[in-house]
Ligand binder design. Sequence first.
Ligand SMILES: Nc1nc2c(ncn2[C@@H]2O[C@H](COP(=O)(O)OP(=O)(O)OP(=O)(O)O)[C@@H](O)[C@H]2O)c(=O)[nH]1
Ligand SMILES: [Mg+2]
Length: 483
Amino acid sequence: MFDTLSEKFSNAFKYIQGKSKITEENIEETLKEVRTALLEADVNFKVVKEFVASVKEKSLGEKVIKGVNPGEQFVKIMHDELAKIMGDANEEINLDRPGIVPILIVGLNGQGKTTFSGKLALHLKNKKKKDVLLVPADTFRPAAKAQLQTLAKQIDVDCFDSDLGLHPKEIVRQALEEASKRHKNVVIIDTAGRLHVDLELMDQLKEVKESLIGLNPEVLMVADAMTGQAAVEVSKSFHDAIGVTGIVLSKMDSDAKGGAALSIRHVTGVPIRYVSMGEKMKDLELFHPDRLAKRILDMGDVLSLVEKAQENINENDAESMMKNFQKGKFTVEDFLKQMDMMSNLGSMASILKMIPGMGGMLREIGDLGPAEAEMKRMKIIISSMTKAERENYKIIKESRLKRIANGSGSTEQAVKDFLSKFKQMEQMMGGMSAMMNGGGFPGMPGMGSKKGFRTDPNAVNPFGDMPKEKKKSGKGPWGKGYF
Ligand SMILES: Nc1nc2c(ncn2[C@@H]2O[C@H](COP(=O)(O)OP(=O)(O)OP(=O)(O)O)[C@@H](O)[C@H]2O)c(=O)[nH]1
Ligand SMILES: [Mg+2]
C-alpha cells in the first residue's frame, strides 16, 4: 500500500535536505517530483494540482522555526495536506441512535461487497457490541446468498433466509420485520453488483433506499482500490444517482499505488469510512487519513500498531512471557509465542512499516520473504519438540535431535542450526533482562551485575563447540542481515 509513492516522495525530499531555508527556487524541483509521483500513483489530476499549489503556498509562507530544518518542516506540511485531502479525522458510521440501523452495501461487480458485509458484521459485533442481522438481497447472482450465509456462519452472526424470487425492496421489508422481532440493532444488506453503472440497478437500489428512508439508512459504497481512477468515477456516479453516506476502499492490500484513497474524498465529497485489507474476515481497518499520511511519508503508524497488538495479542501469553523475561529466562516456548504474536499482527513488512523510519529501511532490504520462510521452518522444528525440550533445550542430545529432525521433516543439521540461533537469542535476552533489572551491561568487567543473567558458564554444550557467530556490523543473528 502506497509503496511507490513513499519511495518517490522520499527521493523528492532529497532536493531540499540540508538547505537552510525553503525558497521558490529550491522547492521547485521537489514539487515537480511530488507532482509526478502523485500523477503516477493515479491520483486525480485536479486533486494533484490543488495539493501541489497548497503545499507550495504553505512552504513559502512558513516561518523559520529555530531547531527545525526546512526538510522536516516540508515533510510536516506534506503530512498535513495529505491528511486534509483524505478527509482529516476518521468518521465511523453513527450507530448510537434508537431503533434499527439499516446499512445498504452497494457497488459494482466483484468489488468486495459480500466480503465487506461479513467484515463489517464482525467488526460491529466485536467492537461495538451490536446484534447484527446479515441480509442477502442480491437477486442478480443467486450464489451470493450462499456466500453470505457461509461468511455469517464463520463469524457467528445471524443471516436472514431471503426469498430471492422477491424484489430486493420486499426482501428488505421482511428482513426488517424479522430483525425487529429478534431485537437486532443493525441490519446489513448485501446487494447485487453489475459490470458497469447501469440504470436498472440504480433504480432498484434507489427504491430500496427510499423504502428505508424513515430509518435513516447508511449507504456504503464498496470501491476496489486497485482500479484507481475508475473507482473514483464509479463512486461519483453512485453518489449522484442514489446518495452515498460513506465509501469503503476494498483490496487495499493489493493496491500499491493509492490513487483512489487520495482522490475519492476530494472528488466526491463522501468520506472514506473503512479500508478492506484482505480476504480474511478480520482484515478491516477504519480509515484514518492522518495515520495513512504518516505511513505514506515513512513516519510510521504507531497508533495502529498498538491497536493491532491490543486486538490480537493474548494478554495471558504476554504476561507469562514478561514474567519469564524479568527472571532472565527465555525458553523456546516463549520464542514460539513471540513468533505467533508477530504473525497474528500481519506480515513482517506490514508491521515494520508501522514503525517510524522503517519504511525506508525496508525498501533497501527488499524482499522479506526469506526471513518469513525461515520463521516458518523454525516453527515446524519447534512443533516437533516436547514440552520439556521447549522449557530447556539443553536436554536435547543425539537421540532427541534425531527424533525432532524426523518429526519436522528436516535434517539434524537444521535442528542444530536452530538451537544454535536460539542460544544466541537466549543470551541476548538474558543481557537485556539484566540491563532492565538495573544491572548495567553484562559481560563488561566492573559494570555488569549477575542479577537476572542466566547464562550458566558450566553448562555443557551437547554439540561440542558451536561455530562462533560471524559478527558483521549491523547484522543480526539470522545471518542474512534482515534486521
Ligand atoms: N485481496 C483482497 N481480496 C478481496 C478483498 N475483498 C474481497 N476480495 C476478494 O474479491 C473477490 C470478490 O469479492 P466479493 O465480496 O464476492 O465481491 P462482490 O462485490 O460481492 O461481488 P458480486 O456479488 O459478484 O458483485 C473475492 O474473491 C474476494 O475474496 C480485499 O480486501 N482484499
Ligand atoms: Mg456479492
